[in-house]
Write a protein that binds this ligand. Structure first.
Ligand SMILES: Cc1cc2nc3c(=O)[nH]c(=O)nc-3n(C[C@H](O)[C@H](O)[C@H](O)COP(=O)(O)OP(=O)(O)OC[C@H]3O[C@@H](n4cnc5c(N)ncnc54)[C@H](O)[C@@H]3O)c2cc1C
Length: 540
């Protein structure tokens, strides 16, 4: 649905004025709009896409779905909503996720304050007026006292700058800009570049449709079985009856999922006991193999290696050709140091006669040609190239916007060596600019709701106390960055070349982008800061 927002009175200059502008209409932006509007603010939400959903609007590739349990990903703020919505699958697919967020937008009448097809190019802080001046690509300008970037952590797509990329005569797709119409692969020679979480969802499905599929892999991952299933009526009723319990379980767990680490240390138990737990975890759905494993799996090298070898052997057992299997086995990074892709028949895809794996560490891609892909070894011809090459994660969606704070410093310059914030929510020198994305290592909505509520309360506090602006002090920011780095140094989450630390993007500074503490610890810091009158923030 396009440009449905009602017309708002404009100033003489034709610039529309609001109390708050929210950029992005994904899980975070929709809730932020709802909360700010409920608190009495005049709000406009601006969204690049033509509909709501964010991640679940853009990523329409075959196989796209949750790795979080559906019943833990939905919003918890409305009991009515929880009772009205039925999840069809335990790990719900993109079409249903997009429907869910449309259902939310309709239920809470959010569309009237959202303008779609509106790409924000710049946001400039007018110090004298204490207003953010937001520019849309089509030339439209909006102004507001408060600006909230709900732009997501994985919304800035990344395509490697391959030489000749525009010369390809066939069809090309990036997985996060997938067309709304079904792509017909029948009889086609298809390439997939990348083997991250997205490619792992897509490959087994596309492999069944194409004439031939070639997968270009740089880094093999530790992929684990998703074990998705339909939600029975009985289970649906149980979800609805126990949503409070499910939520409390997620809140108390380290990463916002309905399971916790095993309290024992891996190597403190006998090999037989260890194997028994590994097998038990492996047979279960979801991230439990990662986040329900022995508690030192993410901190102790030997414990991690023990489970990593178990996973490698699971991979070897599923791939018929030992040479192909060895290429698919990760050996250069700890288990869980990159996001674990959850899969359904991923490894079996490589047992098909029409699927070929090309290791681009052995034979790098040299360029894209009019006919296909040229590696150091040979030229491969294709009808379709699928770029499953990921995102300029976490900071990219913000630094791609020309955001300027006090003294016209740009956010991009300020964050050249990595993000500098307090709590991930505000950055010094950018008053009244809030970042409503969840950068804690946490099941997304579980923490995003708390972030949105913190921002809403903070804005309420500023207004109630007759102040006009809030921003962190440089000292508090320095302390938070040091704390984030310190927290990151205790876990394998920051130890691989991954998007968690910006290493997937050439030239991007290596920095800890996630808050790798536990989710309860993060939420405690949110609550404590607010309770202490926004300690570390300067109000004027
Ligand atoms: C394929 C995939 C699967 C995932 N699976 C899971 C999962 O199972 N569990 C989990 O916890 N997380 C998952 N995630 C992470 C996911 O991004 C979050 O769960 C969540 O959807 C993020 O919501 P958001 O509203 O913060 O951001 P997004 O959903 O990314 O929404 C941000 C919105 O901002 C808009 N925007 C950005 N820049 C601009 C601009 N300049 N102008 C206008 N609009 C702009 C974008 O168009 C987008 O619609 C997954 C991510 C991907 C890509």
């Amino acid at each position: 649905m396009a440009n449905t927002a009602q017309s708002i009175p404009t100033t003489n200059s034709g610039i529309e004025e609001f109390d708050a502008i929210v950029i992005g209409a994904g899980v975070s932006g929709l809730y932020q709009l709802y909360r700010l509007r409920e608190s009495g603010l005049k709000v406009r939400c601006v969204e690049d896409g033509s509909g709501v959903g964010g991640t679940w609007y853009w990523n329409r590739y075959p196989g796209c779905r949750f790795d979080s349990e559906s019943e833990t990903y939905g919003y918890t703020f409305s009991k009515e909503l929880q009772q009205e919505w039925n999840w069809k699958e335990h790990y719900s697919g993109q079409p249903e996720n997009e429907q869910y967020l449309n259902f939310v937008a309709d239920k809470f009448d959010l569309r009237r304050d959202i303008q779609f097809n509106s790409h924000v190019t710049s946001a400039i802080y007018d110090e004298r007026a204490n207003r953010w001046d937001v520019q849309i690509e089509n030339g439209q300008r909006l102004r507001a006292q408060f600006l909230i970037g709900a732009v997501g952590i994985l919304s800035a797509r990344y395509v490697p700058p391959f030489e000749g990329i525009d010369s390809f005569k066939g069809q090309s797709f990036h997985t996060s800009r997938w067309p709304k119409e079904k792509v017909d692969f029948t009889g086609k020679r298809v390439a997939v570049i990348g083997t991250g979480a997205t490619a792992v969802q897509l490959i087994p499905i596309v492999a069944k449709e194409v004439a031939h599929l070639t997968v270009f892999q740089r880094t093999p991952n530790y992929c684990a079985p998703l074990r998705n299933a339909l939600v029975s009526d009985e289970t649906q009723a149980r979800f609805k009856a126990t949503y409070d319990e499910i939520y409390q379980k997620c809140l108390s767990s380290p990463a916002g999922f309905p399971y916790d680490f095993d309290r024992r240390k891996a190597l403190a138990v006998s090999p037989a006991e260890r194997l028994a737990l590994y097998e038990e975890l492996w047979a279960q759905p979801g991230f439990k193999k990662w986040l329900g494993n022995f508690r030192d799996i993410m901190t102790d090298r030997a414990a991690n290696e023990d489970f990593a070898e178990f996973v490698r052997n699971k991979i070897r057992a599923r791939v018929k050709d030992p040479k192909v299997a060895e290429k698919l086995v990760p050996k250069d990074h700890p288990f869980g140091s990159k996001r674990i892709p959850l899969e359904t028949e991923y490894y079996e895809a490589y047992n098909r006669d029409n699927v070929l794996l090309v290791d681009i560490r052995e034979t790098p891609i040299e360029r894209i040609t009019p006919k296909g892909i040229k590696t150091s070894d040979k030229e491969y011809e294709f009808d379709v190239i699928i770029y499953a090459t990921g995102f300029d994660a976490i900071t990219g969606p913000l630094t791609r916007i020309d955001i300027r704070g006090e003294g016209v410093q740009t956010l991009k310059d300020k964050w050249a060596n990595g993000p500098r914030t307090v709590l991930g929510l505000q950055t010094a020198g950018f008053p009244n600019f809030f970042i409503a994305t969840n950068t804690a290592f946490c099941n997304y909505t579980i923490c995003a709701e708390k972030i949105v509520e913190w921002i809403t309360d903070c804005i309420g506090y500023v207004r109630k106390n007759n102040r006009s602006r809030i921003a962190p002090t440089p000292e508090a920011e320095e302390a938070w960055v040091a704390h984030v780095n310190e927290a990151g140094s205790h876990t394998f989450l920051t130890s691989a070349k991954s998007w968690f630390v910006g290493d997937n993007i050439p030239g991007k500074a290596h920095a800890v982008l996630l808050y790798a503490n536990t989710a309860p610890a993060y939420r405690a810091k949110l609550a404590e800061t607010a309770a202490k009158g926004y300690e570390g923030f300067e109000l004027r």
